[in-house]
Design a binder for this molecule. Sequence first.
Ligand code: COA
Length: 180
Amino acid sequence: MDLSLFKLLRLSDSHNILPFDCGDADLNDFIANDAKDYIKKLLAVTYLLEDGGITAAFFCVSNDKIAIEDMDSNTQWWKRIGGSMPERKRYKSYPAVKIGRLAVDTSMQGRKLGTTLLDYIKEFFITNNKTGCMFITVDAYQQSLKFYEQNGFKYLCPKKEEERNATTKLMYYDLRELTP
Ligand SMILES: CC(C)(COP(=O)(O)OP(=O)(O)OC[C@H]1O[C@@H](n2cnc3c(N)ncnc32)[C@H](O)[C@@H]1OP(=O)(O)O)[C@@H](O)C(=O)NCCC(=O)NCCS
């Protein structure tokens, strides 16, 4: 889907948020009632995609990291993250950006808008990024796992989450896949 067909903007305090319904009450509530407050509190920044009279989609992002203590075990860390780093650049954590929330209005779901937004976010953080950022992370809801899998995201600590019966799963995308 072509993003230039939409108006993409960074949410500000004075912006009048257009109607939005993605079918998930928590996500609908976030954009209507919390997104501006998150900006004021420097917790997360929200971007909106508008189409005519509605908010077609939105996502919010904040700084994050992937750290050795997040993992199931040191072996898993080594297999998934540490082992892929050049020897002189091996640390115990690496910079990331977290997609706190991402949702598409029901009228637009299933038309690759979510995929296009993920591509946009990937590009956004490897082009002219103000800080270092190696990974994108997301605490993905059960119903969106396939969506993130299809977009190249992998599971970070599946065993740990199984043990604590988590309702979301921590997934990550390695931005180095897109750099030469
Ligand atoms: C999940 C969501 C963001 C996906 O956006 P979208 O524009 O509808 O997704 P796309 O059209 O880009 O789908 C890409 C792939 O993801 C998968 N997918 C998307 N939505 C899915 C769903 N509800 N259930 C299962 N798989 C889904 C499909 O495999 C799809 O590929 P296909 O069309 O070849 O089958 C959107 O449906 C949404 O906002 N849902 C409700 C809120 C939500 O769960 N947000 C995630 C919070 S972490």
